[in-house]
Write a protein that binds this ligand. Sequence first.
Ligand SMILES: [Zn+2]
Length: 256
Amino acid sequence: MEAAVIGGTGVYDLSPGSRTETVNTRYGAVQVDIVKVGVKEVAFLARHGKSHSVPPHLINYRANMKALKELGVKYIYASAAVGSCNCRFAPGDIVVITDFIDFTKARLATFYDGGEEGVAHVDMSDPYCKNLRKRFYDAANREGLNIKGDAVYVCTEGPRFETAHEIKMYRQLGGDVVGMTSVPEAVLAKELGMCYAAVGIITNWCTGIDSEGVKLHDIKGLMAKTGEKLTRVFVKVLTGDLSQENCSCAGALVKM
Ligand SMILES: [Zn+2]
């Protein structure tokens, strides 16, 4: 199958007629739900594990992305719960991620550690596939799903939330939303030549932005309601005709 959806919090419900496969990779085993949609199949991966038990800083990102690659996946939509540090984006809003700023500290963030794999650098001029982003906007429009706009994602190590001055700094650097999972997920997808786009669901204001402090706005309810619509739009695009001709994702890796 060529298409996959990586669910953020709560966005990985199974539809009838699907099956679960375990994919063994050199980085570990990964469980993937495979859902038949018309004549096509779409792989669904629960980023935090099926029971949502793996915290963001301990996710085996390399195993996850390698498993999708081994299934033949070329196109991936990911959703993620994010906090907002931009007053334009309020809890409940949906944003399309266009770029990231990486503040993670202790993660395995590449397949290229020298040795057998060699040395390589990956182009980050378009970390989120521009073709998939455009397709998402078009399909969301047709499905009546309101998208608030483009956003720059700040990735923190977690699992703690940020301090008020960290958020102040992120805003000054041009960050709009803050999450803990898009790096290295987006980077690893690119290293494997897959098209990857991510959509954020705002679940809270970041520290210091709102006087009420970090209060998660009914994450489960929000993710169930918004996540279901979002998944429908993802699947609409992913089961249509896609190609890698109009983006640079397949050739972003420069081997030394
Ligand atoms: Zn692409």
